[in-house]
Design a protein around this ligand. Structure first.
Ligand SMILES: C[S@@+](CC[C@H](N)C(=O)[O-])C[C@H]1O[C@@H](n2cnc3c(N)ncnc32)[C@H](O)[C@@H]1O
Length: 239
């Protein structure tokens, strides 16, 4: 296995948990999708190495920023030449890419493993979940990074409330890693109702309402007026 080091996020424990989610699960994932590859050395490389260890599976990795995407492609070729045949990069925003990618998978489309680590807006992870959920079989998994930050503020409580998902928040980093395994195809009506009520309460957060209704440049203007620590707290949910 080549040892070329490339830039990537996630700490050593998160990388291990991500790897074990793939190598130690009962049903080895055949179809994996990732949102937010960044430069490839974090989640992408470790998912690919885990699939290669299993000797099965393919990863589709989505990245929205062109220069990062191009660098990530070069990085993966350099650091994981033996696992690169298991990788298909997809350029664009997750909401557009997933909507187009799913029908391309044919009538038997399914997603065994998803890693969600795109933008800071919590709506994105919810949208990604809504697109993917119908295609995730029982036993399939979702892992999501920044679970304690703004990014995970809608998905984490929502999925944790649904009784057809078994969930764990790994408090192993400042950001937090969320892991969820589907244990039944559908949630009970009662848990779905509670999850929707929790989501609604999160959506009523004034900062999220402002982010939804105000144009991005207006939000940016107000964020720039704030002290740095406060603007990070509002934009990323960090303290
Ligand atoms: C936190 S970084 C991902 C880190 C990476 N998972 C790792 O382990 O190194 C987030 C990445 O998601 C990308 N991104 C943001 N919003 C996105 C979206 N809606 N769809 C796809 N990529 C997105 C950003 O350009 C950035 O490269």
């Amino acid at each position: 296995m080549p040892t070329t080091e490339i830039d990537g996020q996630l700490n050593a424990t998160e990388r291990r948990l991500l790897t074990e989610a793939i190598t130690e699960c009962a049903q080895k994932p055949q179809v994996a999708i990732e949102v937010g590859t960044w430069l490839g050395g974090g989640s992408t490389l470790h998912i690919l190495r885990a699939l290669e260890k299993n000797g099965a599976g393919h990863l589709w990795g989505i990245e929205a920023e062109r220069s990062i995407y191009d660098q990530m492609l070069a990085n993966i070729r350099a650091a994981a030449p033996d696992a690169a045949h298991r990788f298909t990069p997809l350029f664009g925003f997750s909401q557009d890419v997933i909507k187009k990618w799913l029908p391309e998978q044919g009538p038997d489309a399914r997603v065994d493993f998803a890693f969600l680590d795109g933008g800071n807006n919590p709506r994105e992870q919810m949208d990604e979940f809504r697109f993917l959920d119908p295609f995730i079989p029982v036993g399939g998994q979702i892992l999501a990074h920044d679970a304690k930050a703004r990014k995970g503020r809608w998905l984490v409580p929502y999925l944790s409330t649904l009784d057809n998902w078994q969930t764990t928040l790994h408090d192993v980093s400042y950001e937090g890693l969320f892991q969820a395994k589907k244990i039944a195809q559908q949630p009970s009506a009662a848990s779905l109702k509670s999850a929707k009520a929790r989501l609604f309460r999160q959506q009523c957060n004034p900062a999220e309402i402002a982010a939804t209704v105000l144009p991005a440049n207006v939000c940016l203007f107000f964020l720039r007026l704030m002290p740095r620590c406060l603007s990070r707290r509002v934009a990323e949910g960090r303290v």
